[in-house]
Design a binder for this molecule. Structure first.
Ligand code: FAD
Ligand code: NAG
Ligand code: NAG
Ligand code: NAG
Ligand code: NAG
Ligand code: NAG
Ligand code: NAG
Length: 484
C-alpha cells in the first residue's frame, strides 16, 4: 500500500516536473540562440566583462537572438528555481550582469537595427555596441542619437542608466531620446512601454533601468541629423599648470554654447613622477567653426600663476563621429575600481584637493596601471529637463567626476581600493548624487539615494507593480538593502 502510494506520488511529481520545468537540453533545442554551459570552451570568455576584478561563475549563460528566446531563457531559470542576471555589453563597473550560480541572460547577440526616415526613429535591439549603431545610422543614413563614446559599450546598459556622449549637450541623454521600449517582465509577458502604454514603467526604465524592472529587448530612439565631420581637439598641458588649466576649463564651461562639449582628464601611469593632464574639446557644428570655441584653450591667462598658459600639445581631428568612436580605445582585460559623483562646483579648494589626491595616487611598476580622474561635462541639454522628467535625476550639476583605477597585479588591489575609498570620502561633501552608469559598491553608504535621490520612492512603487515577487533582484536592484 505504502509502496503504491510512493510510486503514485513519484509518477505524479515526475509528470509535473517534466510538464512544467524546462530542462537544459529542451532549452538548447528550442532556443533561437546559444546556450553556453560551464564546460563549453566559450564559457570563460562569456562570463567576463569590463572589470576583471569580478571572477563570477554563473550556472549557465544563455545568448538569445530574439525576444521569444529571452522568454524561454527566463522560463528555464524560473521553472528550475534559479535567478537570472542580465548582460548586454558587460561594461558594468560592478559586473552586475554576471552573478554566481545564476542564469545569465546575455543580450549581446541581439543586434537587429533599422531606421525609418518617415518617423525619423532608430529601432535597435539591446545588444548592439555603439560603434555598430553608428556604423549603421551614420554611415548609411547620416543620422545618430546620443549614446556612448567608446566602441564596445552597448545600447542596453548605457541607455537604461542615462547615457552621455559628445552629442548630448545638444540632443540630451541617450535615455531622453528613447520613445519606446520592448520589455520582458518577471511573469514572462512581453510589453511595450511608451508615453501611452505602461507609462510608469517607461518613466522608470529611463534612468532606473538597471534596477530590476524587466529585460529590455528593443529600443526606439529619436534620430538627429549629423555633420559629415566634426572638429575635436585633444590638448595636453604641463602638470605644473594643473590648477590654472582646470580653473579655466571650469570658467569656460559656464558660458560656452551648448554645441561645445568638454572632457577633462588627469592620471598617473605606473610610477610616473608627475601625473598627466589633458582636455578634449568637441564642437558640434561645421568643423571649420570649431576653432572659434576650442581655440580658447591655446593660450589663456592663468589666475594662480599670473602668466599665459599654453598647451604642450594641441591635436585637432576632423572626422566623422563614427570614425571617432571606432578609434576610441577599448579597455583591455584589467581589474578596476570606479567611484564618482557630480561636483557641486569646481572651486579653488576642489581644484587643490584634486591635484593633491592625484599626487598621492599609488606608484606601481606595472606599465599599464593607471589612477585617473575623469571630469565629464554633462551640461547643456542634459540639464534642460525637470529632475522628475524620467528616473534620471541628475539635472542640476554638470560636472560628473569619475575616479578610476585600472590595474593588473593582484597585489595592488588593496592599495588601489584604499586610495579610491579615501578619494571618495575627500569629495563627498563637495558632491550631489552619483551617476548610476558608474555604479559603486565599495564606497557608497546609500546607493539608492546617490543614484536616484528624490525619484527613488516612485521607483520602489513601480518595481512592486511590475515585479511583485522581486524576482529580478541583485545587490543594487530597486528595493534591495543588501546583496542577496
Ligand atoms: C570603457 C567604458 C566606456 C564608457 N563610456 C561611457 C560613455 O561614453 N557614456 C556613458 O554615459 N557611460 C559610459 N560608460 C558607462 C556605461 O554607460 C555603463 O557601464 C553601462 O551600464 C554599460 O552598459 P553595457 O550594456 O555595456 O553593460 P552591462 O554590464 O551589460 O549592463 C550594465 C547594467 O545594465 C543592466 N542591463 C544591461 N542590459 C540590460 C537589458 N537589456 N535589460 C535590463 N537590464 C540590462 C545589467 O544588468 C547591468 O546592471 C562607459 C563604461 C566603460 C567601461
Ligand atoms: C560596419 O558595417 C559594415 C557593413 O555595413 C561591416 O562590413 C563592418 O564590419 C562594420 N564595422 C563595424 C566596426 O561594425
Ligand atoms: C574636414 O574634412 C572634410 C572631409 O574630408 C573636408 O571637406 C573639410 O574641409 C574639413 N574641414 C576642415 C576644417 O578641415
Ligand atoms: C598668448 O596671448 C598673449 C596675449 O595676447 C600674447 O602676448 C602671447 O604672446 C600669447 N602666447 C602665445 C604662446 O601665443
Ligand atoms: C583613427 O585611426 C587611424 C589609424 O590610426 C588614423 O589614421 C585616423 O586619423 C584616426 N581618426 C580619428 C578620428 O581619430
Ligand atoms: C618604474 O618602473 C619601471 C619598471 O619596473 C622601472 O624600470 C623604473 O625604474 C621605475 N621608475 C621609477 C621612477 O621608479
Ligand atoms: C504580468 O505582470 C504585469 C505587471 O505586473 C501584469 O499587468 C500582467 O497582467 C501580468 N500578466 C500575466 C499574464 O499575469
Amino acid at each position: 500500500m505504502n509502496k503504491i502510494l510512493i510510486l503514485f506520488v513519484c509518477v505524479l511529481s515526475c509528470f509535473i516536473y517534466t510538464a512544467e520545468s524546462l530542462t537544459l537540453p529542451q532549452l538548447t533545442a528550442q532556443i533561437n540562440g546559444k546556450v553556453i554551459s560551464q564546460s563549453s570552451p566559450d564559457f570563460n570568455n562569456a562570463r567576463f566583462g569590463y572589470n576583471y576584478r569580478y571572477n563570477r561563475v554563473p550556472q549557465v549563460i544563455v545568448q538569445p537572438l530574439d525576444t521569444a528566446s529571452v522568454v524561454l531563457a527566463l522560463e528555464y531559470a524560473q521553472t528550475n528555481n534559479l535567478l537570472v542576471s542580465v548582460k548586454s555589453g558587460g561594461h558594468s563597473a560592478i559586473a552586475e550582469g554576471v552573478q554566481d550560480l545564476r542564469v545569465v541572460i546575455d543580450i549581446s547577440q541581439m543586434k537587429q537595427i533599422s531606421y525609418d526616415p518617415v518617423s525619423n526613429i532608430i529601432t535597435t535591439q539591446s545588444g548592439n555596441k555603439w560603434v555598430e549603431v553608428y556604423n549603421y545610422t551614420i554611415n548609411q543614413h547620416q543620422v545618430a542619437t546620443p549614446g556612448g563614446s567608446c566602441p564596445s559599450v552597448s545600447v542596453g546598459g548605457l541607455t537604461l542608466g542615462g547615457g552621455a556622449n559628445d552629442f548630448s549637450t545638444v540632443y540630451g541623454l541617450a535615455t531622453d531620446n528613447v520613445v519606446e521600449l520592448e520589455v520582458v517582465l518577471a511573469n514572462r509577458s512581453i510589453v511595450i512601454a511608451n508615453a501611452d502604454s505602461n507609462p510608469d514603467l517607461f518613466w522608470a526604465l529611463r534612468g532606473g533601468g538597471h534596477g530590476g524592472f524587466g529585460i529590455v529587448t528593443k529600443f526606439k530612439f529619436n534620430a538627429h541629423p549629423v555633420f559629415p565631420t566634426y572638429y575635436s581637439a585633444w590638448i595636453t598641458y604641463s602638470w605644473a599648470d594643473f590648477e590654472d588649466v582646470l580653473t579655466f576649463v571650469n570658467q569656460f564651461s559656464k558660458t560656452m554654447p551648448n554645441n561645445v562639449n568638454l572632457y577633462f582628464t588627469a592620471w598617473r601611469s605606473s610610477n610616473a613622477t608627475n601625473p598627466s593632464v589633458a582636455l578634449s574639446c568637441f564642437y558640434n557644428g561645421p568643423s571649420q567653426l570649431g576653432e572659434s570655441q576650442c581655440g580658447a584653450f591655446r593660450n589663456f591667462s592663468g589666475i594662480e600663476k599670473n602668466t599665459f598658459i599654453t598647451p604642450t600639445s594641441f591635436g585637432v581631428t576632423n572626422a566623422s563621429y563614427y570614425e571617432t568612436v571606432k578609434n576610441g580605445t577599448d579597455p583591455k582585460a584589467r581589474s578596476s575600481y570606479t567611484s564618482g559623483s557630480f561636483l557641486v562646483d569646481i572651486t579653488k579648494q576642489v581644484v587643490n584637493k584634486i591635484k593633491t589626491q592625484l599626487e598621492k595616487s599609488p606608484l606601481t611598476p606595472y606599465t599599464f596601471n593607471t589612477a585617473r580622474l575623469n571630469l565629464y561635462w554633462q551640461g547643456g541639454e542634459m540639464l534642460n529637463k525637470a529632475r522628475d522628467y524620467n528616473a534620471y535625476v541628475h539635472r542640476t550639476y554638470p560636472w560628473n567626476s569619475v575616479w578610476l583605477v585600472s590595474y593588473v597585479g593582484q597585489e595592488f588591489e588593496e592599495t588601489y581600493g584604499k586610495w579610491i575609498k579615501q578619494t571618495y570620502r575627500k569629495f563627498e561633501s563637495y558632491s550631489s548624487g552619483v551617476y548610476q552608469n558608474y555604479p559603486d559598491e565599495n564606497n557608497l553608504d546609500n546607493w539608492a539615494e546617490a543614484y536616484y535621490m528624490e525619484n527613488y520612492p516612485r521607483l520602489q512603487s513601480i518595481k512592486i507593480a511590475y515585479d511583485p515577487t522581486n524576482y529580478f533582484r541583485f545587490a543594487q536592484s530597486i528595493g534591495s538593502t543588501s546583496s542577496d
